[in-house]
Design a protein around this ligand. Structure first.
Ligand code: SF4
Length: 315
């Protein structure tokens, strides 16, 4: 990325060129993600059930309930024909939260059968016509079943955007940034990927390195070490200092094509002393980690004088 691309556009805090940011997130998601069974289906009914069940219940526990529910009522026709009391009983028996959700699902199934001839509508607006289906759920079904949704903005996504791109804590700003960032026509993979990022990497206490966050090289919080967010008002309690210096290395190397070891050391901490506690050995350890994560490359003649060792961002 050039400095021009890295500069912030006036209308948003996203990089001018979002393409590498998008590609990195999708590649990270496709490489490895939590394997929930509803991520394998494009059936809107199955997706709707998973979304409604997930609203109040931990995803791990939803899997079993979702499978049993679909075994018992495999289609909207089956659910519409069921006794309301049985559906509510199932809901209560699996501790899935408010009974109203079961009632609404039952009614939505009847609507699909009677008003839509058994076929789901495909846009977020039309899906919201279904009983109990709000904007978030409608968009999730449109995205995951029909690849036809808008960018999802939930608490997780806000936290990610706030930290990574300094998006201000304002609903309209989040909406704009999320929409600008989403690649056209790819709501299925994109919404899954960004929610996964918020769910397994950029959690309230983030695990940027441990989860191999694909946005470390752009992330403002990673560079500054400030991991507060709208839902994390105070700095999360974790050993953040190593992460903070890794972030500083990346943002410093972004500014300069390459730097000698000691020059880099002096730029990232005022108390850098080549042979001291925070010296070449310490910095070499950080660079090795970053090299393992394929973010940085460095080379040198290995005589340890720091002058011949040069570090640069990996492209
Ligand atoms: S680098 Fe860390 S703080 Fe930044 S987006 Fe990734 S997980 Fe979140």
């Amino acid at each position: 990325m050039t400095n021009t691309e890295a500069s912030q556009s006036s209308s948003s805090s996203l990089p001018d060129n979002c393409e590498p940011v998008r590609d990195a997130l999708i590649a990270w998601y496709e490489d490895d993600h939590r394997d929930f069974p509803w991520r394998w289906t494009e059936d809107p009914y199955e997706i709707l059930i998973s979304e409604v069940m997930s609203q109040q219940t931990q995803l791990g526990r939803v899997v079993e309930a979702w499978e049993e529910f679909l075994e018992r009522w495999p289609s909207t026709a089956d659910l519409a024909a069921a006794d309301r009391a049985d559906v509510v009983g199932f809901w209560t028996g699996h501790s899935l939260g408010y009974n109203n959700r079961a009632k609404y699902l039952h009614e939505a199934a009847a609507q699909i059968e009677t008003e839509y001839d058994g076929t789901f509508p495909e846009t977020p607006d039309e899906l919201q016509e279904l009983m109990g289906v709000g904007p978030y759920t409608a968009n999730a079904v449109a995205s995951f079943a029909f690849n036809n949704g808008d960018a999802v903005v939930d608490t997780n996504v806000k936290r990610v955007l706030y930290r990574a791109f300094d998006v201000p804590d304002d609903d309209a700003a989040f909406e704009d940034a999320a929409t600008e960032l989403m690649p056209d026509g790819r709501s299925r993979v994109w919404n899954n990927a960004i929610m996964e990022l918020g769910g397994v990497a950029c959690e309230q206490t983030p695990s940027c390195d441990e989860a191999g966050c694909p946005w470390r090289e752009w992330c403002s919080a990673y560079a500054s070490g400030d991991f507060t967010a709208p839902d994390v008002p105070t700095q999360p309690s974790f050993e953040g200092s190593r992460r903070q210096f890794r972030g500083r290395i990346i943002s410093t190397l972004k500014e300069y094509d390459e730097l000698e070891l000691d020059t880099l050391g002096h730029r990232i901490r005022v108390d850098y002393t080549p042979d001291g506690e925070y010296g070449r050995e310490w910095l070499g350890g950080l660079l090795s980690d970053l090299e393992d994560d394929e973010l940085v490359e460095f080379d040198g003649d290995g005589d340890g004088d720091g002058e011949d060792t040069v570090a640069r961002l990996r492209r």
